[in-house]
Design a protein around this ligand. Sequence first.
Ligand code: VGL
Ligand code: ZN
Length: 201
Amino acid sequence: MHDTTHALLVIDVQNDFCPGGALAVAGGDQIVPGINALMGDFSAVILTQDWHPAGHSSFAASHPGRVPLEMITMPYGPQVLWPDHCVQGTRGAAFHADLATDRADLIIRKGMNPAIDSYSAFFENDQSTPTGLDGYLRSRGIAHLTMVGLATDFCVNYSAVDAAKLGFGVTVRQDLCRAIDLGGSLAAAQDSMRACGVILA
Ligand code: VGL
Ligand code: ZN
């Protein structure tokens, strides 16, 4: 029935990225009904969950004198400093209450390493430490991914670019994503996704 080589990847639809959350993305909650409806079209549904330990190195509060949305240089490169968000086990880290999480084949968590942020569902921000998702998808014969979720210009973008580089066919449903849009980051993300062959739908 469904194409067994095509999976839906739902990125970080968590309370902290929705209105009222610690790193709220405008309209982040609006995409939930559409994502739930889309799940029925796929034979595999994978959710990601940003899952940081308290005091994570991507949090501005972990760097004395720094404030959220400042940039710093980490050993692996430039890093935006964020407000504390998606701390393991907190309500903010939980999925939006209306997301149909029962439909998930796999929930993959990322950002657990205290020293390295992880926007992508495939690699940490050092661009070399794998999450294991590539192996999971390949062993199931999945070659195509449709991506939705939060935020378009960070975790969706990094996941889409990494997936394309790994050889997956990637479509991003922009109508079922919402962006943080920090200093032109949405336009830059769209450019980098297109340059990697990602289809922006
Ligand atoms: C994200 C910033 C920090 C995201 C996660 O899900 O796009 N953005 N952590
Ligand atoms: Zn995060």
